[in-house]
Design a protein. Structure first.
Length: 418
């Protein structure tokens, strides 16, 4: 942490907050307590999780847990899929670095995490964490209990699953609270994919799981700040007490079964989206390759996105000489999805980005703010609150922008502290 890095980070926060303020629907309706309190809470959480020695020990412990889950998953995939899933190879491999098959070794993690999440929910451990974080948000920022529970749940589950916990209140929460819930969904990622992303970038980013979990935690107050600036009303209405989470009355085995079955569509969706998105990028690059070269290299979608997002990435603390490379990651994350961005981050040469830049990008990429997720959010929330579907659709594109601003704030704040 250097004085210049702190000044650069503060400048970035001012610019990002200024953009949110300029896009506000009602400047006079903004609640100063929520904005100031949210920034302070984000900074305190970042300091607590990034600077205190016990947090570093916790990071190491979390990463060991991730490795244990990964090894356990490979035991299952190796048994079912053989050497494709990580089992013993029945022949000599000439290029072992090319033997990793994503669909058979990494993506089944989603099934295991889905089962474990359901089991932790059944044992009341996950609801305890969610309610604890919800109470922290409610007491420090003064938001309603229903919104606090929905925001906190976004950190641990997903943008569709978290509104389920407050389904009875979705009809009555204010427009500002609805937008805050959508923004938080765009600024965080689901627990079911956290381990997958940490596994994919584990070689490129030390203690990846701890950083991804921290990113979701500290992006939640940032999302509330941006939402309040753009569409005031997070504190306007809603229950002040935190609603109770319904008790699961089934058995542990029933929870494991339901968690596994619920995770199957998610895994299949990831596989389908990866195939289609990579194919579309390849097709776009083939078309762009017909155009004249720029700087003695063919045009590509990645290069164009890098140029577009380079100033934004420089703003949050990435050196300019690395900004185009890092800008490609942010562009891929926004236009396509964060999984493809993390895959590209993992495949970058060691000298493409410094360790500090890789860490900042890990935080800036950690959110669902992209066009693919927008369809999922509109479909999920629209089903839970059909009477507000028009309102949800109207706020959809704005939630991508607000979610992106929130994760950029998180990246800028981390850049100040490391």
């Amino acid at each position: 942490m250097t004085p210049m890095a702190v000044l650069h980070g503060l400048f970035a926060l001012v610019v990002l907050l200024g953009i949110a303020w300029l896009l506000s629907e009602n400047h006079r309706g903004i609640a100063p307590r929520l904005v100031i309190g949210g920034l302070i809470l984000q900074l305190l959480l970042a300091l607590l999780l990034l600077k205190l020695p016990p947090a570093q020990a916790l990071f190491a412990l979390v990463n060991e847990a991730v490795l244990a889950v990964q090894r356990a998953t490979e035991a299952g995939t190796g048994f079912v899929f053989g050497y494709l899933g990580g089992g013993a190879v029945p022949f000599e491999t000439v290029y072992p670095q090319n033997s990793f098959v994503l669909a058979f070794r990494a993506l089944p993690l989603v099934l295991v995490i889905g089962a474990l999440s359901a089991l932790l929910f059944h044992w009341r451990l996950l609801p305890l964490l969610v309610r604890g974080f919800a109470s922290l948000l409610r007491r420090t920022l003064g938001i309603g209990g229903a919104l606090g529970l929905g925001v906190a749940a976004n950190v641990f589950v997903g943008m569709v699953e978290s509104p389920l916990l407050i389904k009875p209140y979705l009809r009555d929460i204010s427009r500002g609270e609805l937008f805050a819930l959508m923004t938080t969904g765009m600024a965080t990622i689901a627990g079911t994919v956290m381990v997958l992303y940490a596994t994919l970038i584990g070689d490129a980013v030390p203690n990846a799981m701890g950083h991804i979990l921290t990113a979701s935690l500290i992006s939640a107050p940032a999302a509330l700040v941006v939402a309040e600036l753009m569409l005031p009303g997070c504190r306007a209405r809603g229950r002040q007490e935190t609603p109770r989470i319904e008790q699961d009355n089934g058995s542990a085995m029933d929870a494991i079964t339901r968690g596994t079955l619920d995770a199957i569509p998610l895994m299949l969706n990831i596989i389908a989206m990866l195939v289609v998105m990579v194919a579309l990028v390849s097709l776009a690059n083939s078309v762009l390759g017909l155009l004249p070269q720029v700087s003695e290299a063919p045009l590509s979608l990645q290069r164009m996105l890098g140029w577009l997002f380079a100033p934004v990435i420089w703003l949050i603390g990435i050196p300019w000489q690395e900004a185009i490379e890092a800008g490609q990651l942010m562009g891929i994350k926004t236009v396509l999805n964060e999984l493809l961005a993390y895959l590209q981050l993992a495949s970058l040469p060691d000298d493409a980005l410094s360790e500090r830049s890789r860490l900042i990008m890990t935080y800036a990429l950690c959110g669902f703010a992209n066009f693919g997720s927008l369809g999922i959010m509109i479909g999920g929330l629209g089903t839970l609150a059909p009477e507000r579907r028009t309102e949800i659709v109207d706020l959809g594109l704005r939630s991508i922008l607000s979610g992106t601003l929130a994760t950029l704030m998180t990246g800028a704040m981390v850049g100040m502290l490391i």
